[in-house]
Write a protein that binds this ligand. Structure first.
Ligand code: ZN
Length: 169
């Protein structure tokens, strides 16, 4: 039985952290990956990055309906085309933001067995992979939003925080 992990929510500081590369892919890494895949499926997500569950390591999982893909230390080594898709994020409730990204990406990573892999992705898979790699660098979809959109979203979050604080008091 796997654990559903607690997903960190904006503005948790860990979401802004730059993650360290994984040096050795061992059973502990595989345990994290299994829990991440289980959690991603449990919350109907299509991608999840380690900082979202409080781990500052370059680990991400994605699943756009073709089975889970584990990406350790992923790096974009090639890109082409442009696409703009409205994205949400498991760590940011209610925010949908149009993000400009590459339509196709070639990504180098290590898989769950420690093997070097190259993934050629396009469309939704390419978008999700770029979203997760952003997480590993401390970048959120909020950082892709225009100035006014960002401002209005921040106000929304602040208000929600205040309301929560009142409840606690
Ligand atoms: Zn996200």
């Amino acid at each position: 039985m796997r654990n559903i992990l607690n997903i960190k929510k904006y503005p948790d500081k860990i979401l802004k952290a730059k993650c360290a590369p994984v040096k050795v892919v061992d059973d502990k890494t595989r345990d994290i990956l299994s829990d991440m895949i289980f959690t991603m499926h449990a919350v109907s997500g299509i991608g999840l990055a380690a900082p979202q569950i409080g781990i500052k390591k370059q680990i991400a999982v994605v699943d756009v309906g073709k089975g889970p893909l584990c990406l350790i230390n992923p790096k974009v080594i090639g890109q082409s085309g442009k696409s703009t898709i409205e994205e949400g994020c498991l760590s940011i409730n209610d925010a949908i933001i149009k993000v400009k990204r590459s339509e196709n990406v070639k990504v180098n990573a290590i898989d769950e067995s420690g093997k070097n892999v190259t993934v050629n992705a396009s469309g939704l898979l390419a978008t999700v992979i770029q979203h997760e790699i952003d997480h590993l660098n401390g970048t959120l979809i909020l950082d892709h939003a225009g100035f006014f959109k960002k401002k209005s979203l921040k106000i929304k979050f602040l208000n929600r925080k205040k309301r929560k604080a009142k409840k606690v008091l």
